[in-house]
Ligand binder design. Structure first.
Ligand code: Z5A
Length: 212
């Protein structure tokens, strides 16, 4: 009947500790997908460009103080304000490579001592990733990479707690990759997983919501 049955894009999230290589790998993945002729975009959370994102940015750089619950909800709000655009892009056939998402939200706030179920609650109803790539690295090794800067969470003891919460959050959508391998080796492993995922989404895999 002429109705468009355009294939949807894939929602691919990169997670991992600070310095695990998310930024390096996400830009390589974008070039890879674009090189194959796929429509794709690179996103990151926090999105520091929005008004909520500016509050988050000022908190992360220690320019402002916020209660732990408050900043948790701001990180979540920063994802909610992008949800409809995210859905639109995916439905129109664009794949999104997203540097950090709800798993960062829950792992970092839980590591501060907030209840994990409380942390998950505001994420319920956001789009569920089709694939989560977890760049696995020991916190000590991550700290060796150029050292941590001055942002709030860039401390070894805290990163160890975050790593433990990431393990609790791991589910079937995760692909865990050894982040100590050479950049090009990781890139090759990710290309295979990402292409499989993009094809599954083109093939009709339905979009779903967190947390299921
Ligand atoms: N946060 C939160 O609390 N709640 C939330 O909901 C969200 C975030 C979304 C924002 O971080 C902070 O907010 C973050 C979590 C919290 N705090 N911490 N920690 P961000 O996203 O703005 O910054 P980041 O994630 O910490 O990014 P990063 O420091 O840029 O790390 P990265 O992207 O994972 O790594 P990279 O820049 O690609 O690589 C780091 C260095 O390692 C660089 O010199 C590379 O050349 C090198 N590298 C990368 N891969 C390799 C390999 N394979 N071998 C050797 N060297 C490598």
């Amino acid at each position: 009947n002429g109705v468009s049955t355009e294939a949807r894009g894939a929602l691919i999230v990169l997670e991992g500790l600070d310095r695990s290589g998310k930024t390096s790998q996400s830009s390589r993945l974008l070039s890879y997908l674009e090189g194959l002729g796929h429509s794709a975009e690179l996103w990151r959370f926090p999105d520091r460009t929005t008004s909520v994102g500016k509050m988050i940015s000022s908190y992360l750089s220690n320019e402002s103080q916020l209660d732990d619950h408050t900043i948790h909800l701001l990180f979540s709000a920063n994802r909610w304000e992008k949800k409809s655009l995210m859905e639109e892009k995916l439905k129109s056939g664009t794949s999104l490579i997203v540097d950090r998402y709800s798993y960062s939200g829950v792992a970092f706030s839980s590591a501060k001592g907030l209840d994990i179920d409380w942390c998950k609650a505001p994420e319920i109803g956001l789009l569920a990733p089709d694939l989560v790539i977890y760049l696995n690295i020991l916190p000590e090794k991550a700290a060796e990479r150029g050292g941590y800067g001055g942002e709030r969470y860039e401390k070894l003891e805290f990163q160890k707690k975050v790593a433990a919460y990431y393990q609790i959050l791991r589910d079937a959508s995760w692909k865990v990759v050894d982040a100590l391998l050479p950049i090009e080796e990781i890139e090759k492993q990710l290309q295979v997983a990402v292409l499989d995922c993009v094809k599954a989404c083109q093939g009709g895999k339905p979009l779903s919501c967190l947390w299921s």
